[in-house]
Design a binder for this molecule. Sequence first.
Ligand code: URA
Length: 240
Amino acid sequence: MKRMRLDRFFSSQEILSRKEVRSAIKQKRITVNGSPAQKVDMSIDAEVDIICLDGRAIHYEPFIYLMLNKPQGVVSATEDRSHMTVLDLVPPDLFRSDLFPAGRLDKDTTGFVLLTNDGDFSHHILAPDTHIEKRYEVIVDGTLSTEEENLIRKGVTLADGYTCRPCGLMLINAGQTPSYEVILHEGKYHQIKRMFGTVGKGVLALKRTQIGGLVLDPSLPEGACRKIMHKEIDLILCNS
Ligand code: URA
């Protein structure tokens, strides 16, 4: 049961503004359970009543979850004076004014950013004790020795005294600038760059490829964004 005013129903879904609801009612474009709506403030149950606009039923979605493939140069913030933000990349049909990134990537990091307006969900996936893993591909300016790899896996102590939790580390491409997969269960500021820094290595490129059990959609080009389906939400939570 989710009771609200009819105009609030449309504005919360960002389909019509409250003013537009008034004129849509006058034009008989809105029906509630088959009868033309009469008043902007009529009380409806968003989860039970059938609300149609121009004959099409509107399904109430209190929360939205989006997968964004973040390009370099875009900041993980809701607003910024001088840089493009992750919200600037959301197309109008998916945009909600209450969206925010659930977890940040550095400006030069690419890959999976989850955008949502669900504060509880965001809090849950970011909480360190939930242990939701995040996977990254990291290109480094030199190969780590076995000893250095094991140090990182066990949890290095960063310059500010913080000791990282144990993490996953695997070489995926050898060479002068090798790439590694890193699996973190936490998210400290510049964590991967600082972790590699402790063994004297610089990070040349960093991409987040997975959150929980949900892999960044390989068909999603950089800068593009799509809805995350309900069963995919379960995947995010499945490795907590
Ligand atoms: N670690 C970093 O150093 N940067 C990121 O953006 C994410 C993890």
